[in-house]
Design a protein around this ligand. Sequence first.
Ligand code: SF4
Ligand code: SF4
Length: 101
Amino acid sequence: MSCRSDLSCRAGCGACCIAPSIASPLPGMPAGKPAGMPCAQLLPDMRCAVFGSPDRPAFCGGLKPSAEMCGDSREAALHWLTRLEILTAPQAGPGRPGPLA
Ligand code: SF4
Ligand code: SF4
């Protein structure tokens, strides 16, 4: 994710802090993060404001950069992650993406 210091995470991307839903509460989002909404902790430069903090959801640390997910652009990553969100939704269907975690 953009918050990682991992060099394989593309600077300024932030796709995996926007496309997925997060079921657990996080600062600024006590009910979790809906799919497709930028995380309340996503900074303007697409880094994470709570990186390294126990307030950062476990989900975030579990989502590792990969060629498949990250693709060759931010748009490609958003598309891939949105599709995954829909495919893994408990009640999958158009307009009803569900939580990944
Ligand atoms: S999709 Fe990949 S490059 Fe983009 S923020 Fe997530 S891990 Fe980083
Ligand atoms: S808490 Fe940080 S890593 Fe997790 S979605 Fe929000 S900005 Fe991204």
